[in-house]
Write a protein that binds this ligand. Structure first.
Ligand code: RTP
Ligand code: MG
Length: 155
């Protein structure tokens, strides 16, 4: 839901191949954990072209589409789902601007990247995109349910 009070809002966050190769997986996970978000799913996978065509369908026909798919499909990515209040918009702020030249220092791209074509990580740009992307990358039974965890702990 897009309500500002949805503590169970989810976002699809992906460490791209350059982020994986540069050893930034732990750093990115650490930032989301420390901010207070909960990890609900994670896997390392080299994505097939068909999946990437769907994932980036909004960019089909643009000049950077083919280079983008080659880049993301070039090696393993770490696909994750993070949960928490406003995780979509806060996650985008944590990533920084698409073009690292415009990303503020302190953001992931602002601290670790210099070019748009190698910008370390992806984050869903809306609640609707998040739901679509999570459905593309994960089966329902791959998502942890934190509500169940906390009720188990109380018992
Ligand atoms: P992302 O989807 O990966 O989180 O990035 P974003 O929302 O910040 O940017 P978006 O406009 O969705 O673009 C997706 C990815 O395509 C590559 N790109 N290259 N050469 C270019 O002009 C260009 N524009 C975009 C980037 O890797 C960007 O993250
Ligand atoms: Mg995008």
């Amino acid at each position: 839901s897009t309500r500002m009070t949805d503590a169970h809002e989810r976002s699809f966050i992906m460490v791209k191949p350059d982020g994986v190769q540069r050893g930034l997986v732990g750093e990115i996970i650490k930032r989301f954990e420390q901010r207070g978000f909960k990890l609900v799913a994670m896997k390392m996978v080299t994505p097939q072209r068909a999946l990437l065509e769907q994932h980036y369908e909004e960019h089909k026909g643009k000049k950077f589409f083919d280079p983008l798919l080659s880049y993301i499909g070039s090696g393993p990515v770490v696909a994750m789902v993070w949960e928490g209040l406003n995780v979509v918009s806060v996650g985008r702020k944590m990533l920084g601007a698409t073009d690292p030249a415009k990303s503020e220092p302190g953001t992931i791209r602002g601290d670790y990247a210099i070019v748009t074509g190698r910008n370390i990580a992806h984050g869903s740009d809306s609640d609707k995109s998040a739901k679509r992307e999570i459905d593309l990358w994960f089966r329902a039974d791959e998502l942890a349910n934190w509500t169940n965890f906390s009720s188990k702990r109380r018992r």
